[in-house]
Design a protein around this ligand. Sequence first.
Ligand SMILES: NC(=O)c1ccc[n+]([C@@H]2O[C@H](COP(=O)([O-])OP(=O)(O)OC[C@H]3O[C@@H](n4cnc5c(N)ncnc54)[C@H](OP(=O)(O)O)[C@@H]3O)[C@@H](O)[C@H]2O)c1
Length: 429
Amino acid sequence: MRTRPLKVALLGCGVVGSEVARIMTTHADDLAARIGAPVELAGVAVRRTGKEREGIDPALVTTDATALVKRGDIDVVVEVIGGIEPARTLITTAFEHGASVVSANKALLAQDGAALHAAAGEHGKDLYYEAAVAGAIPLIRPLRESLAGDKVNRVLGIVNGTTNFILDKMDSTGAGYQEALDEATALGYAEADPTADVEGFDAAAKAAILAGIAFHTRVRLDDVYREGMTEVTAADFRSAAEMGCTIKLLAICERSRDGASVTARVHPAMIPLSHPLASVRGAYNAVFVESEAAGQLMFYGPGAGGSPTASAVLGDLVAVCRNRLNGATGPGESAYADLTVSPMGDVVTRYHISLDVADKPGVLAQVATVFAEHGVSIDTVRQQGKDGEASLVVVTHRASDASLTGTVEALRKLDTVRGVASIMRVEGE
Ligand SMILES: NC(=O)c1ccc[n+]([C@@H]2O[C@H](COP(=O)([O-])OP(=O)(O)OC[C@H]3O[C@@H](n4cnc5c(N)ncnc54)[C@H](OP(=O)(O)O)[C@@H]3O)[C@@H](O)[C@H]2O)c1
């Protein structure tokens, strides 16, 4: 074993960074044996000094992250600050000064992954980011390496624990969205400002990263269709239950049937209770991968939290250190397939539409005609009437999102349709 240590600069020492430092210290001997050289924490960059940082030598702590990554003797920079800047500049500076990088930063990777990969490649360094998607769950390496000889057709996942906690609560207790969110906040599952989670931004960043790796195609954050879950109601859960379904916020990355294009989207959807993703409870994450040769694979586990996320960061750190000792680099960006990323209108799926209509003869025929005119075929219709008003629940066969949008626009114009109470896609069948 080499005795000269590999030097690690830790950028950020919050929820994730403090756990990375703790595991590096407590498992130092095992890590050294697995890597073939000791790893030394050479510096820790934070925003504020003066804060007690358990187990960390105060002499290592600095607020000058730039000076730390420019030192020139750092082998690996671990970026767990988050956000776009200064993380982006610090990572590129690290490459310029000879270090490889491990990051947990989904927002940055989804927005600037291509440029960061290019910078890593230019300097012959590694950029690893297993922790950026679904916390502890090994997903990026299986897609990049284990499935490198297969053809992935679909990635369907619950990649945000906060929203899964809220939807699971609504499902199991009949609570409304606000009540379930309040509980998630009180228990620490939701942040004070939950926008990034409940509006699907966090899941969309992960979908962009997953789609890019799965389909060997650059998928930008802007390419991902995004719909949050704040409009999901207790009534939607009752409708889902009547169909033998539950509701999950899903990230869905799909190859088209002709294989020429891909789509990536995040939205709430009904899935059958028999689907493995339906039984993912609480704040857990799970990702279902469908590939040509392997068939269906499911990855499941804790998608966030300091210690689970640090596990993924440490796995990357070991891999990058091994590469470093071997004078090699791991796989970089693979975007050779360069498939077209299609808009949401091209997505083909099934729909559950709940309409408030006048309770009078001929309404059903009128509604059915609108569906037929837009080429959307109806699978089932359920009608409940009361006091001159009725609700009509229509479940369609597979149709394009563009056709469905056209149908709904036309339905809204009918005098007999008082309102469109909800539109929910049905997935996982
Ligand atoms: N938390 C999770 O469960 C989880 C899961 C998966 C991925 N991630 C990702 O991991 C990253 C870190 O998340 P986190 O939850 O650990 O964040 P956090 O608890 O807010 O910690 C951020 C750390 O970065 C430091 N920092 C902030 N601005 C800085 C700057 N300009 N220069 C140097 N240091 C700076 C902070 O310093 P102070 O300590 O002085 O404030 C803090 O130590 C993010 O990209 C996040 O998306 C987190």
